[in-house]
Write a protein that binds this ligand. Structure first.
Ligand code: CA
Length: 230
């Protein structure tokens, strides 16, 4: 397992390296987002997991994860956010992060969260009872975390899969944005829900025939969303 740590605070980066290596991980540290992104250019990076700080010199962590997901790099990603800014959590997840940890954090907690992310990835692949589900003719494969559109498979993030699962479990019901924040993203805050809307826009690109006129992932005015598998 090779972990990429993107963190500009040197003492913290070295602390992460020391502790992760003690757990048997290979660790590479990059001090800014541009250098981290360069590792992914034109080839598979070889990284299995990303620990990404939000506050970086140059482009920030949100932009790094957004660009990685846009370039179809789907490695599990833990974002390091500032404790006092719950909106950062939502923004990070909306941009494509799988989990988050608020600074300052205990290194033991960080290791546990990283192992949790790896386990969830494995668990998702291993024990899903309904392994494949169709939405609007698109095949969602919970085993491989992929969606197949017109015969072409694309990877999904854990959060995208979690959100789809939640909507499928509540098919035909209006699901509120607050519920999605609470149950899927496990964020409790009176935070701005526009980040969820951006996330939904991304999902619609996968599952809708015409994302501008959704027929599956419907907006319920004043409430949230409703899934109709078609
Ligand atoms: Ca920083």
């Amino acid at each position: 397992m090779h972990v990429l740590v993107v963190e500009d605070e040197q003492h913290l980066a070295e602390g992460l390296r020391f502790n992760l290596e003690a757990e048997g991980f290979d660790v590479t540290v990059r001090e800014n987002g541009e250098d981290a992104l360069a590792d992914f250019e034109g080839k598979r990076s070889g990284y299995d997991l990303l620990v990404l700080d939000v506050m970086l010199p140059g482009i920030d962590g949100f932009e790094v994860i957004r660009r990685l997901r846009e370039a179809r790099h789907f490695l599990p990603t833990l974002m390091l956010t500032a404790r006092s800014r719950p909106d950062d959590v939502v923004k990070g997840i909306a941009a494509g992060a799988d989990d988050y940890l608020a600074k300052p954090f205990d290194l033991g907690v960080l290791i546990a969260r990283i192992k949790g992310l790896i386990r969830r990835r494995v668990w998702m692949g291993a024990s899903e009872p309904a392994e494949q589900i169709r939405i609007n003719g698109r095949l969602i494969d919970f085993k491989t975390l992929e969606i197949e559109v017109d015969g072409e498979r694309q990877p999904l993030t854990l959060m995208e899969v979690n959100l789809l699962k939640y909507l499928i479990e509540h098919e035909g019901e209006a699901v509120s944005r607050a519920d999605l924040l609470d149950k899927v993203w496990q964020v409790q805050s009176d935070t701005d829900t526009r980040a969820i809307d951006n996330f939904i826009v991304r999902l619609r690109k996968y599952i809708e025939t015409d994302p501008a006129h959704p027929e599956c992932l419907l907006t319920v005015r004043g409430v949230g969303y409703r899934l109709n598998r078609g």
